[in-house]
Design a protein around this ligand. Structure first.
Ligand code: AOS
Ligand code: ZN
Ligand code: ZN
Length: 424
């Protein structure tokens, strides 16, 4: 299904007066308002194809119904999100869960909804029925060269699918690691991973990047071969300019200062981009901003400052993507919430008085430095986001309209209550 433009316009019309009051209240105090609204209009976050269905844990999965049954229907769901929020104009595909059988048809389908294709993701963390050798003991780091070759070939195949869709990056997350001390020679595992990645790197088109994601544990519980940002940075440095480090917010041990990691990767030109989510304990893959929105703001504060220092375009300078798992929420509603949370944090970071902050830092005025940051963080920027959406043709309140239109019920009618999507 698609949401007609007239439905969005009618809903906006009814909410216009209330919106205007809130907008005028906030906008009056904001310097450079037009620039901020323009930046908000340009800022989009990619939606992962594996997050449009219900997620689950090893204990179970409770489908909410109406899940997309095919790649086309996944694209349709991203089209719905984009129609509502005008901030989600791309989709990131996972191979082999979402193989585009006819790239031209798939591209045209997406383009009709105003969408294009973000990074393509390889999968060597599961065995596929058609596959000859098992990844039980790893893929790119495997002790057996034949397994490594198979995993390399898969990644090169994923690049080919991506080229046909005009993607520009391969995202690699490896579950390779060990479950018990002594199982693995860590240096050997790292060296083999590097060698394998070098072969994949050689297959990248000139205008492509490879994004190397890290994760401290799970599914392996003793060591992960690309376990932290240092290990990913080491690999991406050795590989070359086309390789960068991907930061998934849930892939840090508790208490890690993610904003500092991000700041330094950016400084080195090695920050590929993000997998946004939120977490309380580990790789919980919860809705962005649902647990620790202040941390998200602090990350964006470093991003805005660091990108400006390097003269980077905020919207296109790095990859912005959600990586979440919706175990109990309607995936579309969850994604709408996540995109909103990301844009709230971004807007608040744009409000930071950089000159005053630099001065406070110079004079070691710790109290004022905190005041400056928290003043921006405590500003209710939601009316600014709504205004930017309105100007772009989206809905003033995407979630309310999604519910008012009973979109999920319509999807259940179209696809069935038991439709199950591929994904996490
Ligand atoms: C796994 O924990 C990582 O976050 C991956 O980025 C991602 O969830 C996976 O690649 C989905 O296929
Ligand atoms: Zn991830
Ligand atoms: Zn993850």
């Amino acid at each position: 299904m698609q949401l007609e433009k007239s439905i969005i316009e009618e809903a906006n019309h009814q909410q216009q007066a209330a919106h205007q009051r809130k907008y005028d209240f906030v906008a009056g105090d904001i310097n450079g308002l037009d620039t901020i609204l323009k930046k908000l209009g340009d800022f989009n976050i990619a939606i992962p194809s594996w997050a449009l269905g219900t997620g689950g844990t090893r204990f179970g999965r409770f489908s909410g119904g109406g899940e997309p049954r095919s790649l086309e229907e996944k694209i349709d769901d991203v089209g719905l999100i984009q129609a509502l929020n005008r901030s989600s104009n791309s989709i990131s595909l996972h191979i082999p869960w979402d193989i585009p059988k006819n790239a031209d048809v798939i591209k045209a389908h997406a383009a009709a909804l105003g969408l294009h294709f973000d990074a393509v993701n390889s999968n060597t963390f599961q065995d596929q029925a058609s596959q000859e050798l098992s990844y039980k003991f790893g893929s790119l780091h495997h002790v057996d060269k034949a397994v490594r070759k198979q995993a390399i070939a898969h990644n090169i195949e994923v690049i080919k699918y991506g080229v046909a869709l005009d993607s520009k990056a391969l995202s690699v997350w490896l579950s390779d690691g060990s479950n018990f001390p002594g199982q693995l020679n860590m240096r050997g595992a790292f060296e083999r991973t590097l060698e394998s990645l070098q072969e994949i790197y050689e297959a990248l088109p000139a205008d492509w990047k490879v994004w190397v994601e890290y994760k401290p544990y799970e599914p392996n519980f003793y060591s992960t071969t690309i376990g932290d940002w240092g290990q990913s940075y080491l690999l991406s440095s050795k590989l070359g300019d086309k390789a960068q480090t991907l930061v998934d917010l849930g892939h840090h041990l508790q208490g890690a200062n993610i904003e500092q990691i991000v700041s330094l990767l950016l400084m080195e030109g090695k920050l590929a981009g993000f997998h946004f989510n939120d977490s309380k304990y580990g790789d919980d893959d919860l809705t962005v901003g649902s647990i620790n929105p202040y941390q998200l703001f602090l990350i964006f504060n470093e991003l805005v400052e660091g990108m400006d220092a390097r003269g980077m375009n905020h919207a296109t300078g790095i990859g912005w993507m959600i990586d979440a798992s919706h175990n109990i929420k309607d995936p579309i509603e969850d994604l709408i919430q996540s995109v909103e949370a990301i844009k709230i944090a971004y807007t608040q970071a744009l409000l930071v008085d950089v000159t005053a902050l630099k001065q406070a830092q110079q004079y070691n005025d710790v109290v004022f430095a905190q005041e400056i940051l928290q003043h921006a963080y405590r500003t209710d920027v939601r009316p600014l986001l709504a205004e930017a959406r309105l100007r772009a043709g989206g809905a003033l309140n995407p979630l309310a309209l999604y519910r008012a239109q009973a979109v999920r019920n319509q999807l259940i009618k179209e696809r069935g209550a038991k439709a199950v999507s591929t994904g996490l």
